[in-house]
Ligand binder design. Structure first.
Ligand SMILES: [Zn+2]
Length: 350
């Protein structure tokens, strides 16, 4: 403080402060998008669940620029879970063509446009007969030959979203799901399953609306357990732990599933725009009940942000995942961020 007794220095200091504030404001200091760009993971990680909504060269370029800022080692791109008649439906081939150009950065989890669509159609028609099974299995085997590293995004409980506009339900132990588990086990590839938690038959919980959702939901947790038990060598990744729309995807229900079924894994997702009912991070801090769960099962979690590229304006899902990852003890962060996805998918990062 002594220096400021000298009046010319005080005037210079005041001028500098005013100039700095003016510069901050004129440079968009308040803009959240600018702040987002500064986010970067402390250690390299893999984001095992992303989507590429714009597959044009400009869309791909925008995704690559974004991931180059994140300290992400690799991202796995999934085809969203579509129905047959969804106008947005596409499947795996265009993603594989893009990934081949950037094999160090991108890998593809496929089947959301075909396998999931066939599953949903089989539920709607009630036909899961031998011919349907033959075609389903043939497509799964074809995807393996084409170069996918896993099957997804498959859904057995899905509320409409911007990515996939229809309500979808299938029993997790549907004959086609059991068949897919066998194909997945044979090739040591996981299935990425989007399933909102519904422990018993129940009315649609608020604030979800019917329509487009049904007024009542089917119990699905026991069926998910039966899928996992059907082939213990099939790795089932139960997506979106941390983004819960029913109120039942709690640390407790996750813990029970992980304890009973050693072949079940979970992706961590945090949606900063719609955090849902059981977010693992609150006011920027990881919640102790979720941290305890990750510590109890350090080999069973991976990051699956569900980021859609190109990035939208506003807070990004990948940045929310990084915020969680950076708060984990370093050994646990290394497992969840890097070692688990590599092991579960049986892939190598260079
Ligand atoms: Zn997804």
């Amino acid at each position: 403080m002594a220096a400021f007794r000298n009046r010319p220095q005080l005037r210079i200091a005041t001028f500098c402060l005013v100039a700095l504030v003016a510069a901050c404001i004129s440079l968009g200091w308040h803009a959240p998008a600018a702040a987002q760009e500064a986010v970067k993971a402390k250690a390299p990680y893999i984001d095992a669940h992303t989507h590429l909504d714009d597959r044009s060269p400009a869309g791909v370029q925008s995704m690559l620029e974004s991931i180059s800022r994140q300290n992400v080692k690799q991202i796995f791109v999934l085809v969203p879970p579509y129905t047959v008649d969804d106008p947005a439906n596409y499947d795996t081939e265009p993603l594989l063509a893009i990934a081949k150009q950037h094999p160090d950065k991108l890998a593809v989890v496929g089947g959301g446009g075909t396998l999931n669509a066939m599953l949903q159609q089989a539920v709607t028609t009630g036909n899961a007969g031998p011919e349907v099974q033959r075609k389903f299995k043939a497509r799964a085997e074809e995807l393996v030959k084409l170069g996918v590293i896993g099957f997804g995004e498959i859904t057995t409980e899905h509320f409409p979203s911007a990515g996939s506009a229809t309500y979808q339900y299938a029993p997790a132990d549907h004959p086609l799901m059991l068949l897919l588990a066998d194909v997945a086990a044979k090739h040591n590839m996981p299935i990425v399953l989007h399933t909102e938690a519904v422990p018993q038959d129940m009315a649609l919980p608020a604030p979800l609306k019917s329509p487009p959702n049904p007024a009542r939901l089917h119990a699905n947790i026991a069926a998910l357990g039966r899928l996992a038990a059907h082939n213990p060598r099939a790795k089932i990744i139960w997506a979106h732990a941390g983004s819960d729309n029913t109120g039942y995807r709690t640390p407790e229900i996750c813990r029970t599933m992980l304890m009973i079924h050693p072949n079940v894994y979970m992706e961590i997702k945090i949606d900063p725009v719609a955090p849902g009912k059981n977010p693992p991070v609150e006011n920027g801090k990881i919640k102790p009940e979720w941290l305890k769960l990750y510590q109890e099962f350090p080999d069973r979690f991976l990051i699956g942000s569900d980021e859609h590229y190109p990035e939208s304006n506003g807070p990004q899902r990948w940045a929310a995942a990084v915020e969680l990852l950076d708060q984990l003890p370093p050994d646990l962060g290394k497992k969840i961020g890097m070692e688990n996805p590599l092991r579960i998918y049986g892939v190598k990062a260079d």
